[in-house]
Design a protein. Structure first.
Length: 391
């Protein structure tokens, strides 16, 4: 008898080549009860060999032990008592290796801060969970959380219950029957051209000048600003390469493949970066061994790289001190897009400049802010209709 190893939905299966009553060859899958994670393949191969031997010898008890039937029988009673909140954590631990660092952090925070405490207090078990329980959760959390955040919570809950269905622990997924609040269309804030000029003048010569220029002129995300390294700046070819990001929990990951992009340096940004490079060299020489070397462009005078949280706090302080609207640092990116629209750039150009995954993303976010162009169109109607009525 022969067999082969297959991976499906994150688990290893043994496919045995058997013959039916007519002598025809067929494959029968056996769940080896081994997760497809780094380091487990050799263990799965060993289990497959043992399964083949047990099947050839007609040792049904050994086959059942390998595929977990005995373990399931022994634990069936305890599974009935498994709290839903505990099973959410089980799902997270099993899927954690396949998540990015940011997703691991955000999912873990969502579970520990929201989902686990709520359903722990409720005391509902996995096999008793119903749509009404989930609705109670969403109604309660909807008092303080946005519809978009609830959608992310729902994704965790739904995937948890989907895993339970696939393992025959529950018959149906109650999350499929829950209607979530409608997500409000996001409207980004941005600075007018005059406010942008005021901000640039206010931060000139400060640690925030580079941050503001990269956000407002280059349209970089906060994580891209913090993650820009000097080896990505090419003064000879007047380009910067967006390859790295820094978030609260991870480094060197961009949002998507289109986020990897090369951008041209205009003369203002180039001249600023040249002066900044020279200043950092002076700081390094002045502080000597006290200077903390880093490869990132945005750093403090002592060489320490600026964290994303520090950037946001300093940016808010800068806005307040200069009487400007308090917006997020990420909203400099929206300001950049609005300026490009005013300069006559089309949405495709803006999409490429900002590193969006597709032009639809750009249209959804920025299609509404070109109010001046729409006013021109509106006034043309007035002119047209007035001329027709006097003709």
């Amino acid at each position: 008898m022969t067999g082969s190893l297959r991976s499906k939905r994150g688990k290893y299966y043994g496919l045995l080549n058997l013959k039916d009553g007519n002598g025809d060859r067929k494959q029968k899958p056996f769940d080896l009860q081994i997760e497809d994670v780094p380091g487990n393949k050799r263990k799965a191969e060993k289990a497959l060999r043992e399964l083949i031997v047990a099947y050839e010898n007609g040792d049904i008890a050994a086959v059942n032990a390998i595929i977990g039937i005995v373990a399931e029988t022994e634990t069936s009673a305890s599974e009935e008592e498994t709290l839903f909140c505990e099973y959410v954590k089980t799902w997270f631990q099993e899927h954690k290796p396949r998540l990015g660092y940011d997703s691991q952090y955000n999912y873990g925070l969502t579970i520990d801060k929201h989902i686990y405490p709520f359903f722990k207090d409720m005391g509902v078990t996995l096999n008793a969970i119903e749509s009404s329980h989930l609705k109670s959760y969403y109604d309660h959390k909807g008092e303080t959380l946005s519809a978009n955040t609830l959608k992310k919570h729902h994704a965790v809950i739904r995937q948890t219950l989907k895993m339970a269905v696939s393992r025959d622990l529950i018959k149906t997924n109650p999350a499929d029957n829950v209607v979530l609040p409608r997500i409000k269309k996001f409207t980004g804030s941005f600075l007018s051209v005059e406010q942008g000029k005021t901000l640039l003048n206010a931060c000139k010569g400060t640690d925030m000048e580079t941050v503001v220029m990269l956000g407002m002129v280059c349209g970089l995300r906060r994580s891209e600003i913090a993650g820009l390294k000097w080896d990505a700046v090419d003064f000879d070819n007047n380009t910067i390469a967006i390859r790295h990001t820094v978030t609260k929990v991870a480094k060197d990951f961009t949002k998507n493949s289109s986020s990897y992009r090369d951008m041209p340096l205009n003369s203002d940004v180039k001249n600023h970066l040249i002066k900044l490079n020279e200043k950092q060299s002076d700081d390094r020489q002045f502080l000597g061994s006290a200077y903390q070397e880093t490869e990132y462009v945005c750093r403090w005078a002592d060489g320490r790289a600026m964290s994303v949280n520090q950037l946001s706090k300093r940016f808010k302080k800068l806005l307040v001190e200069n009487g400007l609207p308090v917006i997020r640092l990420h909203d400099l990116r929206h300001s950049c897009a609005s300026y490009m629209l005013k300069m006559g750039c089309n949405l495709k150009d803006i999409s490429n400049w900002l590193g969006h995954s597709d032009i639809q993303t750009t249209m959804n976010i920025y299609g509404h802010i070109d109010m001046e162009s729409m006013r021109v169109v509106a006034n043309r109607f007035v002119t047209l209709l007035d001329s027709e009525s006097t003709a």
